[in-house]
Design a protein around this ligand. Structure first.
Ligand code: ADP
Ligand code: TRP
Length: 319
């Protein structure tokens, strides 16, 4: 089974990225032949600062490896190191109906927030389809917000197959119900765009400040506290054992424990959960050649996997 996912180097990795995409990706390394990449070509649609793009790509590579992507088992690479993906995107775009892209939330949301409506932003889902189809992927672990992009990918693959014969396999998304939408500090979906994120490699002081700053209602210490839509519980559930989570839920329901104490417990939970990744990150950070080597080897292996698919596609369409 071929597993594939990517993430854009547009900022620091947060808990939503980790539980929605990164952790499932790490687990899936055991179940098949995994390909994971840094979507730097996609990031060009929003990042216009070359130094920042380079630095973010590097940081993201370190984060991926610190979180458990194992380059001896998975192919780990930069999207732009396989230039034929843009050729495939062009070929796919020739069968992609405008209407399919016009319906995509990503483009609508970004332009509604004032971003210039570039062709790259509009064609973003076509490049994503190329990312997936060029490696004959079966399974794509992502958060719920990417579901529509996977549907578009399948629609485009079907169009190609209808037009040119059986060229592509149809990939499936792997979206985990329990972590499909990780809440941010304000209770809305955690996202860079909403400025409500908790980075997984936040400093201790910054993490404490963010957690203690979570807005809560004015329920007095003694009184029971609402559990539904509780950001504290929503985040604690991700990092705590089942028993610790039940205990915290019980403390909400029974009353007698103030929000300050509950937040301190949440802080410790998050801090401890990411301790092994933090330690691994320090090690990787101090060995820049290791990261260079991993990405260089990943590029060679990814191109080797993409080449036969591209030959098949070129032959099928008449190039
Ligand atoms: P952001 O919304 O912060 O810009 P990205 O769009 O870069 O995040 O998402 C990268 C990956 O992380 C995608 O697979 C996405 O589905 C997942 N992801 C992002 N935010 C969340 C969240 N709050 N809950 C679950 N998964 C998420
Ligand atoms: N669009 C994805 C995101 O914003 C990143 C991405 C690009 C991706 N190409 C992909 C994810 C292919 C999965 C498969 O998170």
């Amino acid at each position: 089974m071929r597993i594939l996912s990517g993430i854009q180097p547009t900022g620091t990795l947060h808990l939503g990225n980790y539980f929605g995409m990164m952790r499932p990706a790490v687990e899936l390394q055991e179940r098949g032949d995994a390909f994971y990449f840094i979507a730097d070509l996609h990031a060009l649609t929003t990042v216009r600062d070359p130094a920042a793009l380079r630095a973010n790509s590097r940081e993201l590579a370190i984060d991926f490896l610190a979180c458990g992507i194992d380059p001896s088992r998975s192919v780990f690479f930069r999207q732009s190191d396989v230039p034929s993906v843009t050729e495939l995107a062009w070929i796919l775009s020739t069968v992609t109906p405008m209407g399919l892209l016009e319906r995509c939330h990503g483009f609508k949301d970004k332009t509604a927030r004032g971003m210039a409506a570039s062709h790259g932003l509009f064609a973003y889902p076509v490049l994503m389809a190329a990312d997936i189809l060029i490696y004959d992927s079966d399974l794509v672990p992502v958060g719920r917000d990417q579901k529509q992009h996977l549907e578009v990918t399948r629609d485009i693959a079907v169009k190609i197959n209808e037009t040119y014969g059986e060229v592509f396999k149809l990939p499936k998304p792997d979206i985990r119900d329990d972590t499909a939408i990780v809440p941010g500090l304000d209770g809305a979906k955690m996202s860079k765009s909403y400025h409500n994120t908790i980075a997984i490699f936040e400093s201790e002081a910054a993490l404490k400040k963010k957690i203690m700053g979570i807005k809560t209602d004015s329920t007095p210490v003694e009184a029971p506290k609402p559990v539904e839509d509780s950001v504290i519980l929503g985040l604690y559930r991700l990092v705590a054992s089942e028993a610790d989570f039940r205990a915290m839920e019980g403390d909400h329901l029974a009353g007698g424990v103030g929000y300050g104490d509950l937040k301190k417990r949440l802080f410790s939970g998050i801090w401890e959960y990411f301790a092994p990744q933090r330690a691994r990150r320090e090690e990787i950070f101090s060995d820049p050649e290791f990261v260079d080597r991993v990405l260089a080897e990943g590029a060679v292996r990814a191109r080797a996997a993409a080449d036969p698919v591209m030959s098949r596609v070129r032959a099928a369409v008449g190039l």
